[in-house]
Ligand binder design. Structure first.
Ligand SMILES: NC(=O)c1ccc[n+]([C@@H]2O[C@H](COP(=O)([O-])OP(=O)(O)OC[C@H]3O[C@@H](n4cnc5c(N)ncnc54)[C@H](OP(=O)(O)O)[C@@H]3O)[C@@H](O)[C@H]2O)c1
Length: 223
């Protein structure tokens, strides 16, 4: 049984847990307040789920999901995540995260920063372009004419492969937008962001191609 360590058990983390369990995975979930605060969620998820600290969840996972805004990235258990594929669901939101100058200037993407903070992990952008509740409801079988596509981006082809397989199991197509330095193409403010929720594979590819750099600070979110 493949175990997913999920750090962040809010809207996205809990929905990925539900979809994962429905697809035969086990999950170990963590939040910032401690495993005892996740009792209701774990009860709802059933025997394939347990709660732990972030370090234990990271250590338990065959791979991990970080569903925590980037502003707390330095709290992630880098040692326990070392050597593992780490799915980063983060979207850079200035209203929530504050300004991060290297992202605002276009020097780095939010996922390159996550990769820097987890240097021994294989970071991959995943599940950023779907509202959390739809992770369990919007999936469609392969070949469905309106099957949604989600971007995936990493510096590690093996991580892209894993996310592509996971998307497929959850009912979504993947569009590879690697490496991490290209992830700005799907950032808030870009066409692929504005069309969130509705893009087929061809539409997402077209929207990623239409992206234009936003490098000045002026109140728009970017990442
Ligand atoms: N919501 C969406 O529809 C959506 C969709 C796609 C992507 N995203 C992105 O995914 C990320 C998570 O979003 P969300 O909506 O799921 O946020 P959320 O509902 O606020 O949940 C955040 C989770 O992270 C946990 N957390 C915070 N700091 C932590 C730490 N240091 N160690 C362990 N856990 C920690 C929180 O635990 P506590 O509650 O105990 O503090 C909470 O469980 C964000 O970057 C967001 O932009 C969101």
């Amino acid at each position: 049984m493949t175990v997913i360590g999920i750090i962040g058990a809010g809207e996205v983390g809990s929905q990925i847990a539900r979809a994962a369990i429905a697809n035969g995975y086990e999950v170990v979930l963590a939040n910032s307040r401690g495993p005892e605060t996740l009792r209701n969620l774990v009860d709802e998820l059933g025997p394939a789920a347990r709660a732990a600290t972030a370090a234990t969840a990271a250590a338990a996972g065959d791979f991990a999901v970080v569903a925590v805004p980037l502003k707390v990235v330095k709290d992630m258990p880098a040692a326990e995540l070392a050597g593992k594929i780490v799915l980063d669901t983060n979207n850079y939101m200035i209203w929530r995260d504050g300004h991060i100058p290297v992202i605002d200037s276009g020097e780095k993407t939010v996922y390159e920063l996550r990769q820097e903070h987890l240097p021994r992990s294989m970071v991959v952008q995943a599940f950023t372009h779907i509202q959390a509740p739809r992770i369990t409801t919007a999936g469609r079988p392969a070949g469905h004419p309106r099957r949604l596509a989600l971007p995936v981006s990493s510096d590690f082809p093996g991580a892209v492969k894993l996310v592509t397989r996971l998307y497929d199991r959850f009912g979504f197509d993947a569009v590879d937008n690697s490496p991490l330095s290209e992830a700005w193409r799907s950032a808030p403010g870009q066409p692929a962001w504005d069309a969130l929720q509705h893009q087929t594979r061809d539409e997402l590819i077209a929207n990623l191609t239409r992206a234009r750099r936003i490098t000045t600070t002026g109140g728009r979110d970017r990442g």
